[in-house]
Each structure stands twice: as C-alpha cells, then as structure tokens.
Write a new protein. Structure first.
Length: 301
C-alpha cells in the first residue's frame, strides 16, 4: 500500500501531542497521564522476527468481531532493589512501524503520528479505524532503570511497545488498515509506564514475545534508529500454557507454542539465564480475569 508523503493536519507527531497535553493540563494531571495507568485499545499481525529490515506482506484476512475483555483492576508496581542488568539488544523484527522499514499500512512510523501516546493500546488509532484487539487482558508496568546507578529509576524516558494479536498478526503489516497493539508512554518519577493491552499469540517460528524501544526523551523519539535500546520481552511459560489452552481466540498458538522454547528461539536462544529472567515479566491473574504484570528494563547510563 502506498505510503503517505506528507502528514495530515491531525497527524502532527509525538512531540506535538506532548505539547498539547501539557498546555491543557496542570502539572499534576500531566504527570498522572505520563505515569501510564491507562485504558484504550489495539491488535497485531504475524511473521518471523529473524530480520529487522524486511517488509511485511499484506494478507487479506477477515477481522474477527471484537468481544469485550475484562481489564484487570489490580495495580502492580516494581521497586528496583539494586539487582538488575543491562537488557540485551534484540532485533526490532520485520514489523516495527518506527520508520526503519516500509509498512504496508497507513504509516511506516507511528512515532510521528498523533495519538501514539496512550496507555491502553488495544484499539487502532490511525486511518479512521478504532477496531479493538480481542484477547486476554494484560496490564503491564515497565520500570526503566540505570544499571550504573544501583538500578535508580530513569524518569522522562519514552517507551514504545508493540506486539502481535491473539492470532499472531501485526497491525500496519499483516493487518494493514489497523494500528492496534502499538503505543508509547513517558516514564514517571519512578521510571515507570503502564500499558493496558492483551496477551500476544504465538506464531510459527518464534517464542511468544513483545517488542519495545526505549528513547532518552520524547523529543528524540522520532524513529527507531534513535532508540537507546531495542529489545524484547519473553512471555512467561505458565501464562502461555494457561491462555493458549483456555481461550479459543488463541487456538492457532497451541501447536506453534509446543514447538518452541526460549532456548530454541532465534532471538532469545543466545541469552543468559539472568537475561531471560529479566526479560520475562512477572504476572499474576488468570486467563478468565486477565493478568497484571511487571518487568524491569535495564539501561547503562
């Protein structure tokens, strides 16, 4: 699908969003917004992540009728205790939509699109679509810390999170007209952001995962090449087993998941045990009620 050559009036980018929000709210409400406890919506597409530069191939697939999924009400927080390490750099994969490759959807760079700053990433926000991703709800708090300063929290950093939907599809690529399961937030004074999303499916050739990029500020978050870190989260095995066997939405994940592990995965396979432990979120909850999770992201500042 052809890319837009110029931004629409409403598509003025991340820095514009932040200036508008700051002008409309007092300091307390602005901090509360960027703290990341939110509710909005999204979905995603499928494919191997062995390359960070290949373009996605559009497949025409009927979008299932969204069904309401509960949003976990518990709030999880992670307080660094001095035990952290630098997260390994991982591939952004074929579907980053961060300006580093070509998307077949309405944009190849959501970081410059209005509306990308949001905590609930379950719904599309581009191209006039508000389609919501169906799946087991997950409220995930990420804490960005400085490994060189006793795991002190890093405030003011921007985290961009994206992942596939329950069927293993990525928005803007497999589902070219959708932009769900993508969003960005700025860390608060505790170095934290909280996203409301769904648990990702497992597609052929990859262990279940989420992608993220961390930028030193919102001002530099205009493209993936400016990220301080590009990496991935490995989903916990207990939750994978419970969700994939317990929800019809994830039926295609069952066979795919049975054939992979973090050890055999082409991204996580060369990581140490300690690295995998930090890259794996800690989750509580159930497939029926949804999950609340936390993870630490370590940077060397």
């Amino acid at each position: 699908m052809p890319q837009k050559d110029a931004a629409e009036d409403h598509d003025l980018g991340l820095v514009h969003d932040l200036k508008v929000i700051a002008a409309m709210a007092d300091r307390r409400s602005t901090l509360r917004l960027f703290a990341g406890v939110g509710t909005a919506a999204l979905l995603g597409g499928c494919g191997s992540d062995s390359s960070g530069s290949s373009s996605g191939t559009v497949t025409t697939t009927a979008t299932p009728t969204p069904t309401p999924t509960p949003t976990p009400t518990a709030t999880a927080t992670t307080t660094p205790t001095g035990a952290c390490l630098v997260d390994p750099t991982e591939t952004a994969g074929p579907y980053p939509a961060d300006g580093t490759n070509t998307s077949s959807g309405s944009t190849s760079n959501v970081l410059t699109a209005s509306g990308v700053v949001r905590s609930d990433i379950r719904s599309s926000f581009l191209n006039g679509s508000t389609t919501t991703a169906s799946g087991v709800a997950l409220k995930l708090t990420l804490t960005v810390v400085n490994v060189n300063a006793a795991c002190a929290p890093l405030a003011g950093y921007l985290v961009y999170l994206w992942h596939c939907d329950a069927q293993g599809r990525y928005s803007l690529y497999d589902m070219s007209s959708e932009s769900w399961l993508r969003g960005a937030l700025v860390t608060d004074a505790n170095g934290q952001v909280t996203f409301t999303t769904i648990f990702p499916g497992c597609y052929a050739g990859r262990f279940p995962h989420m992608h993220f990029e961390v930028f030193s500020s919102a001002a530099v978050a205009t493209g993936g090449r400016y990220a301080s870190l590009t990496s991935q989260l490995a989903m916990p095995t207990a939750a994978c087993s419970a969700i994939y066997s317990g929800s019809a939405l994830y039926s295609s994940s069952v066979a795919n998941y049975s054939r992979v592990s973090t050890a055999s995965d082409n991204v996580f396979g060369d990581n140490t045990t300690a690295q995998i432990a930090q890259q794996t979120p800690t989750l509580t909850g159930s497939a029926a009620e949804g999950y609340v999770g936390t993870a630490i992201i370590g940077l060397a500042r």
